[in-house]
Design a protein around this ligand. Structure first.
Ligand SMILES: C[S@@+](CC[C@H](N)C(=O)[O-])C[C@H]1O[C@@H](n2cnc3c(N)ncnc32)[C@H](O)[C@@H]1O
Length: 475
């Protein structure tokens, strides 16, 4: 291994060569890798080494000695401190180029592929105001900006985490990746919560009431859901806030209160109370209408989702006779998109409300050749030693095509090893994390599948997130 020429606590000049997956700049000193926070390719920075390991170091820039040719002014005033966006200061074409390179690197390093070709890259038309869902956090530990006096009040914040700190929340009054109306609602809720003396939850002591504010927008329907997540149930606290909120914003079609009594910092309740309007909002992707409840997954960039699903349709290349399994199907949107081109689609999903949404969505769209099952795919199939036992038990055919869209952690290893038993001719693997996707692909390559095509769809401008659609064919 290359001897490290640098030491913790020292300052070095670094030339940023690329972005690593996750968004940090990558520089090298005599081939020793240094990850640099908030730095973009093309910059030369003077940086302080704050972490040193045997294989790499981490640094933060102190001064930009030379600006990147791809640098651009970030639109957001919170950008320097917010953990939401990572590279608003890098122009969009360069963001896409970097993400593409990260997919290539991941596939080479982790899937063992030599030459990787990204067949198609689909950028986002809207690079601001594109997110249909935002999760803000209430906190009694507001992040104090360096420009603020030490005694500035810190006991109430509603905003986003600062990078790398689970306990500190940056108070946000304007977020450019959500719809503009979201900012008005965010600021109104903050104002009312303070006025009503509602206490934010303290993640360290587990005391306090308000935990999250989740906003969901039906981009093609103009419906809005406000989900207030609290640490216990007391609707008397919320009623005055909700009344004022819906009076001020009559466009809000649904207000729900999720109750999360657990310590886990998730905007996801054990149960919910409908405070106003409907328990779901609807949105449209293409010709299809979807009902989405507060805890169900729905692609967060509605306009790009249509392009993502088109990439899946193109990859699946159906003739109308196929049986399709849609694994990790969420509210069934991919299943419904594929249904009119297939004989039958069977969706599998762990969250009960999403399965119910999926079934309802099928009915609402008049689609009859789909069926959804609640299943934890970490364990669901491995109980069936032979896959025929499963198909016999559920009286469904084996799949010709399997579509997989797992969460960021990728598939459970048992599921990856089981998947080839399905015998599908084609697997379409959608992923929001190329590193876990590459890990899973490596196994599938040893089990009779080969890479046919790779498409990258940018769903999340200014953030390090990457979405890929990989088509595998059975050899
Ligand atoms: C990335 S989303 C995909 C949703 C859907 N394909 C879509 O485009 O709307 C991943 C889905 O996997 C589900 N999920 C996560 N872990 C699971 C597991 N172990 N078994 C089954 N479903 C799971 C989540 O609830 C979520 O709905």
């Amino acid at each position: 291994m290359e001897q490290s020429p640098i030491k913790k606590g020292t300052e070095v000049n670094l030339t940023i060569e690329s972005l690593a997956y996750g968004g940090k700049g990558v520089a090298k000193v005599n081939n020793f890798v240094v990850f640099v926070k908030n730095a973009i390719p093309g910059q030369i920075v003077r940086a302080l080494i704050y972490k040193k390991r045997s294989a790499f170091a981490e640094a933060r820039p102190i001064e930009i000695l030379k600006e990147s040719a791809n640098a651009t002014a970030p639109r957001c005033k919170h950008f320097a401190h917010c953990g939401g966006c990572t590279f608003q200061q890098l122009d969009y074409a360069a963001q896409i180029e970097q993400k593409k390179q990260q997919v290539i690197d991941a596939f080479q390093r982790l899937a063992g592929l030599d030459a990787v070709k990204i067949d198609k890259v689909i950028p986002s038309n809207n690079i601001y105001n594109y997110r249909n869902k935002m999760e803000f956090t209430f906190s009694n530990r507001r992040w104090r900006l360096p420009t603020e006096p030490e005694d500035a009040p810190q006991s109430f914040a509603l905003g986003l985490h600062i990078p790398g700190r689970f306990d500190k929340i940056l108070d946000i009054n304007e977020c450019h990746i959500q719809p503009k109306l979201g900012n008005e609602i965010l600021n109104f809720v903050r104002e009312k919560a303070i006025e009503l003396n509602l206490k934010p939850y303290d993640a360290k002591t587990n005391i306090g009431y308000l935990r999250h504010l989740v906003l969901r927008f039906g981009v093609n329907t103009n419906e809005i859901m406000v989900n207030i997540v609290t640490s216990y149930e007391n609707t008397d606290f919320l009623i005055p806030l909700v009344q004022d909120l819906i009076e001020k914003f009559p466009q809000i079609t649904s207000v729900v209160n999720n109750i999360n009594t657990r310590k886990a910092d998730v905007a996801f309740g054990e149960y919910e109370i409908i405070m106003h309007g409907t328990p779901v909002i609807t949105d449209k992707i293409g010709n299809l209408t979807f009902e989405i409840s507060s805890n169900s997954f729905f692609q967060t960039n509605t306009l790009q989702a249509e392009k993502l699903y088109q990439a899946v349709i193109d990859g699946a290349d159906l003739n109308g006779e196929e049986i399709i399994y849609d694994l990790y199907c969420g509210t069934g949107s991919i299943s419904l998109f594929l249904a009119h081109k297939a004989k039958a689609v069977y969706g599998f999903e762990m969250i009960r409300s999403a399965v119910d949404d999926a079934q309802r969505n099928a009915e609402a769209n008049g689609i009859e050749n789909v069926q959804f099952y609640k299943a934890n795919l970490d364990t669901h199939f491995k109980g069936y030693v032979s896959f025929s036992n499963f198909t016999k038990k559920f009286k469904i055919s084996k799949p010709d095509v399997v579509v997989i869209d797992p969460p960021r952690a990728g598939m459970h290893e048992d599921m990856v090893y089981y998947l080839p038993k399905f015998g599908a001719k084609k697997i379409v693997y959608i992923s929001c994390n190329p590193t876990t996707q590459a890990r899973d692909l490596k196994i599938l390559f040893t089990k009779g599948y080969q890479l046919n095509s790779t498409t990258m769809v940018d769903m999340f401008p200014h953030t390090p997130h990457i979405e890929t659609v990989v088509v595998l064919k059975k050899i």
